[in-house]
Design a binder for this molecule. Sequence first.
Ligand code: A3P
Length: 316
Amino acid sequence: MALIFDRYKDRLATLPKEKGWITENLYMYQGFWHQSSRRISVETVMALQDTFKAHPTDIYLATVPKSGTTWLKALVFALVNRNRYKVDRFSTHPLLVSSPHNCLPFIETEIFRNTPTYVDSHSPRLFAIHIPYTSLPQSILDSGCRLVYLCRNPKDVMVPMFHFANKLRDKSRGLLTFEETFELFSKGIMPTGPYWDHVKGYHKTSLEHREKVLFLTYKDLKIDAVNNVKRLARYLGNPFTEEEEAEGAVEGIVKLCSFENLREVNKHGNLHEDIPNDAFFREGKVGDWTNHLTDEMSCILDEITKEKFYGISLGT
Ligand code: A3P
């Protein structure tokens, strides 16, 4: 890992930097803020741009952190592997014993591995990414592979990001206050932010090239998971058969990947040395921001969103 960080040390030194949420600093690279010296960082984006080879059959799940990445990973893993791992109550499904992050990795973390993993031995390869659309490795853009984007209301992204960052921050740096977090988020300064530009990059492509990006929202998934999972399956070229639907296969996947179920499975253990599995499960609701943001904060974010998303209706 250290080798990759060393390779990009000189470039890093030339980038604008700002106060970080988890790591000390965030660095501006190609219009977006990134952490450094972590698995998901500006150095790994650069390394992927330099070396990553996409396959046309790959599937990429793209999100701003805290938009429901863990949920989407679980759904797509269960859906694509439904013949390999049956979803029934007697099964030893990987999602019943392991974090969705272990079942479906971020490409950023895969480049650190020296030995082939699950990902290399299965097709389609499934990866998650937080990389903004305009910074994707050229090989992904050229490969004709499929991308799924999950978008969540900005206020419902800011709140979990605040809790997550405080869980992971080096304790010697003290905790982020909610006011500080709000200030940074509104200015677009968060890992892979600005939030609005990240969403717009994928949304634009989903309108111009429907076959390239399927754009989903957290709220829609919450309201109607069954129909959205069917939609996902069709987009991924793996639709449910009438027989599967009659057997309740879709409902089985939705239940397996429910917030309550995944939270229970991930109550213990650590994803990496510094990230407990349970850090990815908090409330799992739409609109929890109402319990945290003042009216004034809410109005400011609404104004920014209105301006940034002018002419776009996302229904988040
Ligand atoms: P909250 O903190 O609002 O509860 P990410 O996976 O991108 O890090 O996002 C984490 C957010 O998704 C957290 O939001 C978490 O609780 C929620 N989440 C995780 N698993 C979920 C699931 N199966 N269904 C719905 N929400 C889920």
